[in-house]
Design a protein around this ligand. Structure first.
Ligand SMILES: [Mg+2]
Length: 241
């Protein structure tokens, strides 16, 4: 019975019982999917890229407008990238000069999940070249990374992004989780993240854990049956397995 049931924010209103159910689902998960920006890493990849390319303020302003309005994820990404227009060289230099900062405790948590044979995936609206760098540090295989792909012309200039990736769409994280469930036959998949797009991935995710260790988004916090501000809280739960 437990296996087939989904524990997502909007389906429950009481907190105590649902939190213990979320914990139970986390302990029995076959796969755990992490958002990357402001979850696995401390910052937002696209903001760092914009700053590095000298258009930080313009992109921050654009992000604010996109979040308040009715713009689709893809439209917002297109607009921001059309301001940034980063070259391949700039992206590579960003990774070398300002490598993404791992959130404290993520390494221990991912190691522990792997020790328990729980599969770990990264699902990001950010960019594959940056997310793969993060995955490598956490011993997460490349084929467990779902993110957007930047495109470059042969001379390295910005040429857009791959619009066919599920992560380029609103609701894309949920689509990836559905695909994982089919592909690997997972019954219990837990999504962890700081943002609304992470929360929206449940369902199809079996449970959602809100993460507020880098930024606290009050709408996400309110709707999360289990909300943590440190990965050590999750590690503690795994010790009960
Ligand atoms: Mg995030």
């Amino acid at each position: 019975l437990f296996r087939s049931f989904t524990l997502c924010a909007l389906h429950f209103s009481s907190t105590m019982a649902t939190q213990s159910q979320a914990k139970e689902l986390f302990r029995r998960a076959e796969a755990v999917c992490f958002d990357v920006d402001s979850t696995v890493i401390r910052e937002e990849g696209i903001d760092e890229l914009a700053k590095f390319c000298g258009v930080g303020d313009a992109v921050t302003e654009m992000t604010r407008r996109a979040m308040g309005g009715s713009m689709t994820f893809k439209a917002a990404l297109t607009e921001r990238l059309s301001i940034i227009r980063c070259s391949r060289e700039q992206v590579n230099k960003l990774i070398t000069d300002h490598p993404p900062q791992l959130t404290p405790g993520i390494r221990e948590l991912v190691d522990c999940l792997h020790q328990h044979n729980i599969k770990v995936f990264l699902i990001s609206g950010g960019f594959r070249c940056i997310v793969e760098h993060v995955a490598a540090q956490l011993n997460i295989p490349r084929d467990h990374v779902y993110a957007n792909r930047l495109k470059f012309y042969f001379n390295g200039e910005y040429a857009g992004f791959d619009e066919s990736q599920p992560t380029a769409e609103s609701g894309g994280k949920g689509k990836v989780i559905s695909t994982l469930k089919k592909q690997y036959g997972f019954k219990t998949v837990v999504m962890i993240g700081d943002g609304a797009t992470d929360l929206e991935a449940c369902p199809p995710a079996s449970a959602f854990i809100g993460f507020g260790g880098n930024v606290i988004r009050s709408q996400v916090k309110e709707k999360s049956s289990w909300y943590v501000t440190s990965f050590s809280e999750l590690l503690k739960e795994l010790e009960k397995i």
